[in-house]
Design a protein around this ligand. Structure first.
Ligand SMILES: Nc1ncnc2c1ncn2[C@@H]1O[C@H](COP(=O)(O)OP(=O)(O)O)[C@@H](O)[C@H]1O
Ligand SMILES: [Mg+2]
Length: 366
């Protein structure tokens, strides 16, 4: 047992309360796995302050529990803990702490509120307000496609949160339905700043290709090329989410993330109105404008996208749906050939030339 993780005997009333949350034998395997990954679970008290109540999510890098903040009238909070194996990895530890740094600097009605933990912590973790509601992923799990009016409304609310982030020089970079909570009053909260980028946090290095990049279905082409991105990167991911809300399918699909990303780099998605004929041409145009491969052709900002989302009847249609080019085998081959040329062939030619120059230089001296 690691000191500070578990409830110490001595506070009988708290021990009794905690016991009510403890998992019973034969409980959910997800809960058992989460307990193994982070070394604590329901019924434990973290740093004498957070009584872990239930498992909210078990992700690839962190486990999130609902907990009661005993120092603040038992208010409900969410506690995010990195897997024990990651605590000792400096890059992932730094990234995790950066999420808290970014989160604590934010204050907007549509952005999840982080809660500062003063005093020493026995391990890294992040605390945030507990959000009632369902993630947009849950909503889409039940209803897809969404009615056009609702989809445009959600996208507009997300734009509002993005405008705030971008004004504070933060790029979210991992926009996807599971990172948006839809609250019971119909508002949204943007969550998960795990791979967000801010000028202030340049020093942090990434520990892996996939972890720095977001999720294949929503990631922007420039992110795939390894760029840090700018506000238009988030506009692209929101476009991908809007496409899914309106058509029921993400813009590109495939059996594995690399196929999806390759299709995204080499072609355009199917016209949304081909998948859902009830959509208005305006909704289709908004999605396609946000999903332009070249960032210069996209909405330049979340504010510009929001203007069209809020008043689609006023926008000018430019017929983007007639310019779509499918990702064919031939275009994927060309893309691969270009990539091989730039990353292998050209560096090889440079090395051979350098070798001959050096060889020539030393041969003459002899
Ligand atoms: N504050 C919160 N309140 C309620 N549920 C939350 C909260 N934070 C996260 N969750 C749940 O946990 C899931 C994963 O959270 P997230 O911060 O995105 O972690 P990860 O980095 O593992 O993706 C969310 O999709 C949501 O279902
Ligand atoms: Mg997430």
């Amino acid at each position: 047992m690691r000191l500070g993780y578990k409830l110490e005997p001595g506070n009988a009333a708290l021990m009794e309360r905690a016991a009510r949350f403890r998992d019973r034998p034969g409980d959910d395997p997800a809960l058992r796995e989460a307990r193994m990954l982070v070394g604590l679970g329901p019924g434990d008290v973290l740093d004498g302050r957070f009584l872990i109540a239930e498992l909210l999510n078990q992700g690839g890098m962190a486990v999130i529990f609902k907990a009661l903040d005993l120092q603040n009238g038992d208010r409900e909070v969410a506690v995010k803990l990195p897997h024990l194996g990651l605590e000792s990895n400096p890059a992932s530890y730094a990234r995790f702490m950066r999420e808290e740094e970014i989160g604590l600097s934010l204050g907007h009605p549509f952005v999840m509120k982080f809660i500062g933990v003063n005093g020493s912590r026995s391990r890294p973790y992040i605390v945030a307000e507990y959000l009632h509601g369902d993630t947009l992923a849950d909503v889409l799990g039940r209803i897809r496609p969404l009615p056009e009016k609702d989809a445009l409304k959600f996208a507009s609310l997300i734009c509002e949160a993005l405008e705030y982030l971008h004004a504070h020089a933060i790029i979210h970079r991992d926009l996807k339905p599971s990172n948006v909570m839809v609250c019971p009053d119909g508002s949204i909260r943007l969550m998960d700043f795990g791979i967000s980028y801010t000028e202030a946090a340049r020093r942090v290095t990434y520990c892996g290709f996939s972890t720095a990049m977001g999720t294949a279905d929503y990631v922007a082409p420039e992110q795939i090329r390894g760029r840090r991105g700018d506000p238009r990167t988030d506009v692209y991911s929101l476009g991908a989410m809007l496409y899914e809300m309106l058509t029921g399918k993400p813009p590109f699909d495939g059996d594995d993330p690399f196929i999806i990303m390759n299709r995204r780099m080499s072609g355009d998605p199917a016209a949304p109105r081909k998948l859902n004929s009830s959509l208005s041409p305006q909704a289709e145009e908004i999605v396609l404008r946000a999903l332009q491969r070249d960032p210069n052709r996209r909405y330049p900002s979340a504010a510009a996208m929001k203007a069209d989302l809020d008043a689609p009847e006023k926008m000018r249609l430019t017929g983007l749906c007639d310019t779509l080019r499918e990702s064919t085998r031939w275009r994927r081959f060309l893309l691969l050939a270009r990539w091989i040329t730039f990353t292998c062939v050209i560096p090889l030619i440079i090395q051979v030339i350098l070798f001959f120059l050096l060889w020539h230089h030393f041969a003459r001296k002899r």
